[in-house]
Each structure stands twice: as C-alpha cells, then as structure tokens.
Design a protein around this ligand. Structure first.
Ligand SMILES: C[S@@+](CC[C@H](N)C(=O)[O-])C[C@H]1O[C@@H](n2cnc3c(N)ncnc32)[C@H](O)[C@@H]1O
Length: 304
C-alpha cells in the first residue's frame, strides 16, 4: 500500500479519464513549475498537436473526456518540454521560409535569421539560366529545399557530415516535392564535391556552418546546449574554425565570379572580413544585418 502512494509510482498512473480543461490545467501547471516562460500557450500548442484539435475545440469542448492513453501521451510531451527540450523537437516541426520542416534531436532547429541566405540567393540568381548551388551543412535541409522550390532551373546540392541530419533533410525534401531535384552528399565540407567533378562549376555556396565560440558555448541556454547537436554549433575556440576551412576549399569549386554566402554569429563580421582581405582568391562583397541589426550574413565572391 505504502508503495502505491510513492510519488514516483503516482507519476505513471494515468487517470481513467480527465476533462480536456483539467488536462490543460495540469499541462500549464507542469510547464509553469518548470519555469517555461509562455506556459499557457505552449500547453495549448502541445495539446493541439498531440490530439489533432484546434484551440477553439479545446475551449469549446472543455469538459470533453480525455481517455487514459491520450492523457499519457500529452503528459509525456509536456514532461519533455518541462525538462527544457525545445518545443520544436517535442512537436516535431519548425516553420522556415513558409514551409513546415520536420525536426528531431540530431538536427539543428532552423532559425528565422537563416532566411537571409535564401533571400540573397534568390535575389542574385533568380534570372540565372541554370545555377549550380551548394548548401553545405544542410541540417534539416531548410536552405536547400527553399532554394530548390523557388529556383526551378537550379541544380541544388545539399551536403552534411551528419548522416542523421541528411536523413531528416531528405524527409523534408520529399514532403515539399523536391527530393529528386537535389543531389545529396555525405561528407566533410566541400571535399566530396571536388571529387565529383564539380571543380570550377558552382555558381553559389550557401552555408550556415557551426559558428558558436567556446566562450559563447558556456553561455548558451540549456534548451540549446543540452539538446541541439554540438556538431551543428561548435565552431572552435573563436567560432570561425569551420569557416576558415571553407575559405580554403571554396575557390577551387566556384565558377568565375561565383559566390559564397554564409551566416555568422554576433561580433564575428569584422574579424572575418579582415581575414578574407588577407586572401588572394575571395573578396567580401556584402555584410547584411538581420532584423535586430546584428551583422548576420557575409557574401564573398571569387576573385580571378
Ligand atoms: C548550424 S547547422 C545548420 C543547419 C541548416 N543549414 C540550417 O540553417 O538550419 C550546421 C550543419 O553543418 C553540419 N556540419 C558541421 N560540420 C560540418 C562539416 N565539416 N562538413 C559538413 N557539414 C558539417 C552539421 O552537421 C549541421 O547539420
């Protein structure tokens, strides 16, 4: 008897059924207790997604009985969020450039500022007869897929070191009807493309590669640090290690006047521009701030 009353045992006992309003209250309470900032809205989103009902339904049928399986399922998602797992992993998706992308642990959650890279490529190459565009470090595939959908004449190549990320990217490409329009490559930066005969043929490289410095890593919120893949974020001591390797490899892949557009972190633009100025084969042609005024995208062009 005393065993049954232990809280740990009670946790796993689902009630026979609860009303939807009670489920909502319990979800909000659990999230608030875990200091989730917007507990009421997140509780609604989780219930909506888990039960396939919309907000109006939840309120209109507030006394609707929720069976034990549904209760357990919703509360398991609430528990995950209460442990600070990002809401996008819990719900399994994130919108990017108007498209819903599947996300799961092992792949970076797309961020809105990365849409700058898509806008830049579309603005520069919208009238190009047949551009070859490489998205290196494709992650969820958000950049490659957005570009492939918009530029129907382009050959898009998406690469990543992570096989798990590529699998998610391919799922997203199928979902958005561009799987067969994209060439998929697994490997380290651009080396696998050079060995596929693409040297001198690429019109543009877009990249949101890892750029978090070690100092910044220590300050990241637990939602990011404990759940998103370190391979997607850690850019070495000052955050620019992976990009320095990209500058070495990019010129031989690019066509004459070919572009490289990359996303960078806070405070990295000046150092990056100085380092590029010391190179022979690339020059900086644009530094673009994001919606908060932070220099976020740098575009380089092949020289010679
Ligand atoms: C910051 S995430 C960006 C993902 C996606 N492009 C986006 O914007 O959401 C960086 C991605 O680069 C990949 N990556 C890291 N180092 C790499 C390397 N040396 N070669 C290829 N991909 C790499 C990671 O696996 C991860 O998917």
């Amino acid at each position: 008897m005393s065993q049954l009353l232990r809280p740990a045992s009670l946790e796993v006992l689902a009630p026979v059924s609860v009303s939807s309003s009670q489920l909502y209250r319990e979800a909000v309470e659990k999230l608030s207790h875990a200091h989730i900032h917007d507990a009421t809205r997140e509780a609604l989103w989780i219930i909506e997604e888990a039960l396939g009902v919309n907000r109006l339904g939840i309120h209109a049928y507030s006394e609707y009985p929720i069976g034990p399986e549904a209760y357990k399922y919703v509360m398991s998602l609430v528990e995950r969020r209460a442990s600070r797992e990002p809401l996008q992993y819990v719900l399994g998706s994130q919108e990017f450039y108007g498209l819903e992308m599947v996300v799961q642990p092992g792949v970076l959650i797309p961020r809105p500022e990365s849409e700058l890279l898509v806008e830049e490529v579309l603005a520069r190459l919208g009238s190009h007869p047949q551009p070859v565009i490489v998205d290196v470090g494709t992650g969820s595939g958000c950049l490659a897929i957005s570009v492939a959908r918009a530029l129907t004449r382009a050959l898009v190549i998406a690469s990543d070191r992570s096989v798990a990320a590529l699998a998610v990217a391919q799922t997203n490409a199928m979902k958005h009807g561009v799987f067969s329009k994209i060439l998929w490559v697994n490997g380290d930066l651009l080396a696998p493309l050079l060995s596929r005969g693409l040297a001198g043929k690429v019109t543009a490289i877009i990249a949101n590669l890892p750029y978090v410095s070690h100092d910044e890593w220590d300050r990241l919120s637990p939602d990011v640090k404990d759940f998103e893949p370190r391979l997607a974020l850690d850019g070495g001591p000052d955050g620019l290690d992976v990009y320095r390797r990209l500058w070495q490899e990019a010129p031989s892949l690019l066509a004459p006047e070919g572009m490289v557009c990359v996303e960078i972190g806070i405070g990295q633009a000046d150092r990056l521009c100085q380092e590029i100025a010391a190179l022979q084969c690339l020059k900086v042609v644009k530094v673009q701030p994001d919606s908060q005024g932070i220099p976020r995208m740098v575009c380089l062009q092949r020289v010679g």
